[in-house]
Ligand binder design. Structure first.
Ligand SMILES: [Zn+2]
Length: 456
């Protein structure tokens, strides 16, 4: 087993490295704001992987492939996942050990430092081939040796189902009808962001990583407030009642922790609940058919607007805690948000203009490459242009690219044209499920991108 690195190991070398990276980002953002072509700023080409990829193929081999084939200069290791892999079915194409993998529910792949946790503690992997190795420590060390940025991603749910439905049931989100809130992607309970136990656990995970590992960034895709799956699949106009409040087993949260937290935000949630319940029970289709806009609807029902704002305030409070804690433990470390909802994130508790105050960078999620539809690449580019209008000049941001597609030509074009949207680089997802030919397609696209000088 590999021993952990020292706590608070922020070295002068890594501080300078991060400061220089930040300066480059700032310069790029300045150029975007001034309308000049920011062609001289070197992009971050990040790529994600899972511990079983490393165990099966070899850590150095995986990093070599990403660096040489795809031009990656930044890598991050995913923790707390819970899916069958490959995510969309099929089999791994270059894993020499296995064709598929079923991940344990919300496990970490490093030895947690108990001093950062309270009632809820992280569960470490128990799989024989993964247990006993400090994958985050080994990963960060190997990335450094190859001159790459190193990061960790904390996935969606954070807590495994058996414990959230069992001993930590008091930390589950509850909808306005009194039912547990279930996530859109796994149909498992969602944890409440205002639960003191959950907050301690979440802050603890980030703190543990920041204190004990030499990381450039910690990325997270923690689901704040759940929306119906249909919202994520279709770019529909906003539906304030249906999305955020009335969808069965969605629309958290009305738990005791939230009633208490609302008071600290000068919002009487207990008093608002009966009025919100009337809205939740009305004929939603009739409201939609009336043609009223979301903005006008919220203006007509300020209690709903106040409740939605409170959810955003809850998210901001938690990330404010996380951000300030990790900066204390490792100054310069970057808190990166995976912005997985493309539009109308407000209805999931994300108010980007204020949320950005607590972040270091953003991964703009916009997977289209797996669809084998070139027209979707153009649509994605338009989305990224619009996203840039919100974040340009404020944060470093990278555009996601789904390298698990079947058509390398789509990937090549996306890697070329997405570079002109104002982004500061890409995030390639996920190595183990991508054909190696797809990595080469990304490199070909980069060679035709505005960053061509760095990849020829
Ligand atoms: Zn709650």
């Amino acid at each position: 087993m590999i021993g952990k690195t020292r706590p608070c190991l922020q070295s002068r070398r890594s501080f300078i490295r991060k400061a220089l990276w930040g300066a480059g980002v700032f310069a790029a953002s300045e150029m975007v704001m001034s309308g000049k072509t920011p062609g001289s700023a070197k992009p971050e080409i990040a790529a994600s992987m899972f511990p079983w990829d490393l165990a099966d193929e070899g850590l150095d081999q995986v990093l070599d492939n990403l660096r040489e084939m795809a031009g990656a200069n930044s890598v991050y290791l995913c923790n707390l996942s819970e899916e069958v892999r490959p995510f969309r079915g099929g089999e791994f194409t270059h894993n020499p050990v296995r064709k598929t993998y079923i991940a344990e529910d919300c496990r970490v792949y490093w030895p947690p430092d108990p001093k950062y946790y309270g009632r809820i503690k992280p569960l470490r992997t128990q799989r024989d081939f993964l247990a006993g190795t400090d994958w985050v420590g080994e990963f960060a060390k190997a990335a450094r040796a190859q001159g790459m940025k190193a990061g960790v991603e904390l996935f969606h749910g954070f807590i495994d189902r058996p414990r959230l439905e069992g001993p930590f049931r008091d930390s589950m989100q509850v909808d306005i009808f009194g039912h547990p809130v279930l996530t859109h992607n796994y149909n498992k309970p969602a944890a409440c962001l205002n639960s003191p136990d959950f907050q301690e656990y979440a802050v603890g995970l980030f703190s543990d990583l920041a204190a004990n590992y030499d990381l450039d960034y910690i990325q997270t895709c923690m689901i704040p407030y759940v929306l119906p799956g249909s919202f994520l699949e279709h770019n529909l106009p906003p539906d304030p009642i249906g999305w955020a409040l009335a969808a069965p087993e969605k629309g958290g949260c009305f738990c005791a922790h939230c009633l208490e937290a609302a008071g600290r935000h000068d919002f009487d949630l207990a008093a608002a609940r009966p009025e919100l319940l009337i809205l939740a029970r009305q004929d939603q289709q009739a409201v939609l058919d009336s043609g009223i806009t979301a903005k006008d609807y919220l203006g007509t029902h300020p209690v709903l607007k106040r409740w939605l704002d409170f959810r955003c305030e809850s998210v901001n409070s938690l990330y404010g805690l996380i951000g300030s804690r990790i900066q204390t433990l490792q100054p310069g470390i970057d808190l990166r948000w995976n912005n997985y909802i493309r539009t109308h994130g407000y209805y999931s508790g994300i108010d980007l203009p204020t949320f950005m105050n607590h972040l270091g960078s953003i991964r703009a999620n916009a997977f289209v490459e797996h669809e084998d539809d070139m027209a979707l690449v153009d649509e994605k580019v338009q989305y990224l242009h619009n996203f840039n209008k919100i974040v340009a000049g404020r944060l470093h941001w990278v555009a996601s690219i789904d390298i698990r597609g079947k058509n390398p030509q789509v990937l090549e074009r996306s890697a070329e044209v997405s570079s002109y949207t104002g982004c500061n680089g890409y995030a390639l997802s996920h190595y183990g499920e991508a054909a190696l030919e797809n990595l080469r397609a990304v490199k070909r696209g980069l060679r035709k991108s505005k960053w061509a000088e760095y990849f020829n």
